[in-house]
Design a protein around this ligand. Structure first.
Ligand code: C2E
Ligand code: MG
Ligand code: MG
Ligand code: MG
Length: 279
């Protein structure tokens, strides 16, 4: 009887559920077209070394110039792309675009920097994904030592073994690895000892805790920085928005910062100009 009731429940019309479902279906089908029409584009958010007071890298972030809805941020479409598997094609497109840009920078004599690309766990666990990623790098002839792959803590917890092998492969080719959104995935700290990670990215949620001058957040951040440094990892703080946060993080020895206080994500040529002008 309960089963029968459960089945009947779905027969009712749920306007909210349908609207959400419709939006997902619509976005999904237009996302397929978007790849062919090159509606995606990549912006770069500068990463600043506070001690040297200069840009030492950038994070590549995908955007979608939607024909009807304007520019969409990844939060609107990446989760759907992950659910439908389209993330693999989008991820490879982003990678290729970034590699072409970085190759151009390398050929034009730009000073070396570290360009980070977000790699979705869904993308990484698909068969041959590592080979497909390496193919793009080879074809574009980019020097991979400028590249950093960002993998989220959640991905590590979910697909540890596959990710471990992938990381080893990338690192053999000189690509560095950052652990993204650190502190949000509820992993035990011990997980850090099992992977060859170069950079720890402190999640925005912790950085905004400093904004509130919340002593609890501040001590967690101090612990994260100490831990990372003791394991020879660099620390990047995300979402730095205020001078107070910057000063606090600097005092605690945070290496690199990223956030609206310095710059939002900008077009590749804008980043190039910022760097050439010594900003
Ligand atoms: P993420 O990797 O943690 O990227 C940082 C996000 O924080 C970016 O949002 C960035 O614009 C935003 N941000 C930077 N500074 C500040 C700040 O000072 N304050 C606040 N409130 N936010 C700041 P965005 O571009 O909307 O990207 C969101 C997420 O989408 C990324 O989080 C990443 O997980 C994912 N993503 C972006 N591009 C790609 C991609 O090419 N592939 C994959 N798989 N995921 C991507
Ligand atoms: Mg990231
Ligand atoms: Mg390097
Ligand atoms: Mg992050």
């Amino acid at each position: 009887a309960a089963k029968q009731m459960g089945r009947d429940r779905f027969a009712f019309y749920h306007p909210e559920m349908n609207a959400k479902h419709l939006e997902i279906l619509t976005l999904e089908s237009s996302m397929r077209d978007a790849l062919n029409r090159t509606e995606f584009f990549v912006e770069y958010q500068p990463k600043i070394d506070i001690h040297k007071n200069k840009i030492v890298g950038a994070e590549a972030l995908v955007r979608w110039r939607h024909p009807k809805e304007g520019v969409l941020l990844p939060g609107r479409f990446i989760p759907i792309a992950e659910e439908t598997g389209l993330i693999s094609s989008i991820g490879l497109w982003v990678l290729q675009d970034v590699c072409q840009t970085v190759k151009r920078w390398q050929d034009s004599g730009m000073p070396e920097m570290n360009v980070a690309i977000n790699i979705s766990g869904v993308e990484l666990v698909r068969p041959n994904s590592v080979q497909r990623i390496m193919d793009v790098i080879e074809k574009t002839q980019v020097d991979p030592s400028w590249l950093e792959f960002e993998i989220t803590e959640t991905t590590l917890i979910k697909d540890g073994d596959i990710v471990k092998l992938a990381i080893q492969h990338f690192k053999r080719h000189g690509i560095t690895i950052a652990l993204d959104d650190f502190g949000t995935g509820y992993s035990s700290l011990g997980v850090l000892t099992q992977y060859d990670i170069d950079t720890l990215k402190i999640d925005h949620a912790f950085t905004s805790g400093i904004l509130a001058k919340d002593a609890k957040y501040e001590s967690v951040i101090v612990a994260m920085i100490t831990l990372a440094h003791s394991m020879d990892m660099k620390v990047v703080a995300e979402g730095v928005e205020t001078k107070y946060q910057q000063a606090f993080l600097t005092d605690q020895g945070c290496d690199v910062m990223q956030g609206f206080l310095f710059s939002p994500a900008v077009a590749a040529d804008v980043l190039e100009t910022l760097i050439r002008n010594g900003r």
